[in-house]
Ligand binder design. Structure first.
Ligand code: IFM
Length: 623
């Protein structure tokens, strides 16, 4: 990032964020003015109540008191090593230690007159900030630590000071080198995409810790948009990348859900249901923190009902647990907390459905992923995910016969909107009767079609915000009618406004599965530019982590056709002619390996895994 552009500064601060899985620090300049929004966030540390609950903003460690007109000439983020360099009257490098999450280190070179004196400072609060400064002529060093426990913060800052700058830097570089070895993706034949994918992977890796529980908000640790609340973004978009590369972090994300099972159970009871109902937006307590109103850019204030109706999150949490299990085979999780997640969510659906006189089962009054239409009955995404949830739980060993039989019967009778004559799923009851506007013919996409057409009008049309039926083809391809992807792509893609940043990457994945490389690459490109070009105008509030997870999924699940099942890892590639190869760092059933996909075939570099070709695809198995 060259120079200082006050209009785009906040966007750059998001892009230049340094995080270590636990602590995130926006890449603000050492000295800044009102155009800057410094921010330091500790994962899971919220303040406030109810919908106003937000990720606490902590005192910044990478700011120096100085003359207001000192501006950086350039800031450079080294993605390999997780180091932010700043050049200017103050020249510096800083990092948030991946080897010691929560510890931060900075060294500044400058005219001594511009540097603060040495000393120690402790800022109390819900999180204690402990800083220890040293100045030797033109060199200034700061060691800091953040922790809810003041003693831990103090001790970590003292230890960092004792360990010293050079060793801290060395171990931090080593830690990042290990992470890159685990997860590096190579797109051989597309240097532009390669660069943007590196940025994506960097932020995905930096945003999620592996100790205890990881509450991953919509913008990770890069900003305060959506108040740091946790959505399905975390379970469905971010978690798969970690399950496949660094499972300890995926397990920590699931631990966040496991520890909120009591709150989810209480919510189910409050609604007269069984099992566990996870909230659409959550923070610390596990209670629902979804706001009840919002102001649109047009000034219009609308009621927000997603907290009441967007219930697919219940099945999304179960899907995340299954995804982690299929990649890792973690037996303890399968027998313990994972099983509880699966069973309690299935129980919720069994108590949530309605059976009609003809014996068909329905789920009424929900919001699907396409939030332009709500509430609706029998949303295909919600129903099919609930069906999958019931079946997966029914297949678990030790489930009582009566419950298993009930779940299977409900699953078999759940309507899903599939029309066998056309092969198209109806997104919800009545969708096909709406005004058949094809948004692709009306506007350049991505477009906020609810603003374009108005929030009332959009409900009367077939315009979608983001994939809904198609999300099923992406997440649970075995649960939709075989061969139904092409017709559903033909029908739904041109009707999708991509009004959510979650949308383009998933379409790229599906278009790749369908062998439609030109549009697949175009939507992939759009997904890579969401934050780099600030396509939604909201990057100042933090990076779109779900888009980033979706990008990895587009490459891994879409183009490379990698899919973990309970039995093996399937690899069924669709490589665009202009790419020479795709390569991934992955970990399957505890074995790290590299997967290389080329037009002539597939290779892995591990003797601990078996690769064999069956039909037109490959299977990786662990002995
Ligand atoms: O979870 C998403 C949702 O799918 C679309 N609106 C924004 C949310 C947070 O990213």
């Amino acid at each position: 990032m060259k120079g200082f552009d006050p209009h785009r500064e906040r966007m750059y601060e998001s892009l230049l964020t340094l995080a270590d899985g636990r602590l995130g620090t926006r890449g603000s300049p050492l000295v800044g003015d009102r155009a800057t929004t410094p921010g330091v966030f500790l994962s899971g540390c919220y303040e406030g109540e109810g919908p106003a609950t937000e990720l606490a903003r902590l005192p910044p460690w990478s700011r120096l008191a100085g003359a207001a007109d000192i501006r950086p000439y350039r800031r450079t983020l080294d993605l390999r090593a997780g180091i932010l360099y700043e050049d200017g009257p103050l020249t510096s490098l800083r990092f948030s230690s991946l080897a010691r999450p929560g510890t931060v280190v900075m060294r500044v070179y400058a005219d001594p007159a511009l540097l603060p004196p040495g000393g120690a400072m402790t800022v109390p609060g819900p999180v204690t900030t402990a800083l220890r400064d040293h100045r030797l002529g033109p060199v200034f060093e700061r060691f800091g630590a953040y922790d809810p426990d003041p003693r831990v913060a103090e001790a970590a800052a003292v230890t960092a000071e004792e360990v010293g700058f050079d060793r801290l830097l060395h171990e931090h570089r080593e830690a990042w080198a290990r992470r890159w070895r685990e997860a590096e993706v190579v797109v051989d034949g597309d240097p532009d995409l390669q660069r943007t994918i590196r940025l994506t992977l960097f932020h995905l890796m930096a945003s999620v810790g592996e100790q205890g529980e990881a509450a991953v908000g919509a913008r990770g640790l890069t900003g305060s948009a959506y108040r740091g609340h946790v959505f399905w973004d975390s379970d469905v978009f971010v978690l798969p990348f970690l399950a496949a590369t660094h499972p300890a972090a995926a397990r920590a994300m699931l631990e966040y859900r496991v520890r909120r099972l009591p709150a989810a159970r209480a919510e189910a009871i409050r609604r007269g249901r069984a099992g566990a109902r996870f909230p659409w937006e959550s923070a610390l307590s596990g209670g629902d923190v979804t706001p009840t109103s919002a102001r649109l850019p047009t000034g219009e204030v609308i009621r927000v009902r997603t907290g009441e109706w967007e219930e697919h999150i219940v099945a999304d949490v179960a899907w995340a647990a299954a995804c982690y299990l299929d990649w890792t085979g973690d037996a303890d999780f399968a027998a313990g907390a994972g099983r509880e997640l699966m069973v309690e969510t299935a129980r919720y659906w069994a108590s949530r459905v309605r059976r009609d006189r003809a014996g068909r089962v329905h789920i009424d009054t929900v919001t699907g992923p396409d939030e332009y239409h709500e509430p609706v009955d029998d949303n295909a995404y919600t129903n099919v995910m609930a069906r999958w949830n019931l079946r997966r739980a029914a297949a678990l060993p030790g489930v009582a016969d009566e419950e298993r039989t009930t779940w299977r019967a409900i699953a078999a009778a759940l309507v899903d909107g599939y029309d066998p004559r056309t092969g198209v799923y109806e997104q919800f009851t009545g969708f096909f009767g709406l005004e058949p506007i094809v948004i692709a013919e009306l506007a350049a996409r991505p477009v906020a079609a609810d603003l374009l057409l108005g929030t009332k009008r959009i409900k009367q049309t077939q315009v979608l915000k983001q994939p809904d039926v198609l999300m099923l083809h992406h997440l649970v391809p075995d649960q939709v009618a075989p061969g139904s992807l092409p017709v559903n792509l033909d029908f739904y893609e041109p009707r999708t406004a991509h009004g959510s940043s979650l949308s383009p990457a998933i379409h790229a994945a599906l278009l790749a599965r369908g062998g439609r490389f030109e549009p697949a690459l175009e939507w992939l490109r759009v997904a890579t530019r969401i934050d780099l070009d600030d396509l939604t105008g909201t990057t100042a509030g933090g990076l779109h982590l779900a888009t980033m997870g979706g990008l990895w999924q587009a490459l891994a699940f879409g183009f490379a056709g990698v899919r973990a099942t309970h039995r093996c890892l399937v690899v069924d590639p669709r490589l665009p002619p202009r790419w020479n190869a795709l390569e991934f760092g992955l970990r399957y059933r505890g074995v790290p390996f590299r997967l290389r996909v080329e037009p002539r075939g597939v290779e892995i570099d591990s003797d601990a895994l078996r690769l064999r070709r069956t039909g037109g695809r490959w299977e990786v198995t662990s002995p």
